[in-house]
Write a protein that binds this ligand. Structure first.
Ligand code: SAM
Length: 214
């Protein structure tokens, strides 16, 4: 509730709780691998994930910590209109606040938000990785849980090609934007079209994908 009242997330309370519960279940089941968030903005959903995991489990948070990259021709008009608004400098933030993408020191702000909400990065094995996923998100380890919340087709696809092949049995990926942005939906549909062994379910306004346990 404090994450919501302090306006640190775009998720609804229900979706935030579902995200927490999904991560906590993966933790409880002892699924091996990293926890990942791709797209943290102010860190609200990252706080929820950080609270759901054990202190030892590594949690990597990837974000531009600046302006979101431009969409591509794989995104529809809805996405391009939203990006033009962001680029113009006129996007509104949550409540009456400045839009997070215009904040100079966003990585420091997110680090402070995590600490303020009981999950300081130093003692919870949390790493914040700044840059575009296309440059920063290269994995060699197994993944247990991922929250992919990065809006556009290319961003979502960059995450999928790295994360899905390393997802442990029983692992879960939550897609924030599947029911919100056309590009995210196209990327997910395209990627999973020829894949089997995954259970897809709509929880609240989000898509949860679970890899079958062996
Ligand atoms: C909707 S926000 C995340 C919201 C957040 N999870 C919450 O709790 O409200 C999407 C984030 O994804 C980031 N993002 C999108 N595409 C990216 C990319 N290709 N590389 C790095 N960051 C990206 C944006 O900069 C932004 O911070």
């Amino acid at each position: 509730m404090r994450i919501k009242t302090q306006q640190l997330t775009y998720l609804t309370t229900k979706d935030l709780f579902n995200l927490y519960r999904a991560a906590a279940e993966v933790e409880r089941a002892g699924v091996p691998g990293l926890f990942i968030e791709a797209g943290c903005a102010l860190g609200g959903s990252a706080i929820a994930i950080g609270k759901a995991k054990s202190k030892q489990r590594e949690f990597r948070i990837y974000d531009a910590f600046g302006l979101i990259p431009p969409p591509s021709e794989k995104d529809d008009a809805d996405v391009h209109a939203r990006y033009e608004e962001i680029k113009s400098g006129k996007s509104k933030g949550l409540g009456n606040n400045t839009y997070y993408g215009y904040t100079e020191n966003l990585k420091e702000v997110v680090t402070a938000n995590l600490a303020k909400h009981g999950v300081p990065v130093e003692t919870n094995n949390i790493k914040l990785i700044k840059g575009y996923f296309e440059d920063t998100l290269y994995l060699t380890e197994p993944v247990a849980f991922a929250h992919i919340d990065c809006d556009w087709y290319a961003s979502v696809m960059s995450c999928l090609v790295q994360i899905e092949p390393r997802l442990s049995p029983g692992g879960v990926i939550v897609f924030d934007d599947y029911y919100a942005w056309s590009g995210c939906r196209s990327a997910v549909d395209e990627y999973f079209r020829d894949k089997s062994g995954f259970e897809l379910s709509k929880k609240g306004r989000k898509l949860h994908v679970r890899k079958a346990a062996r």
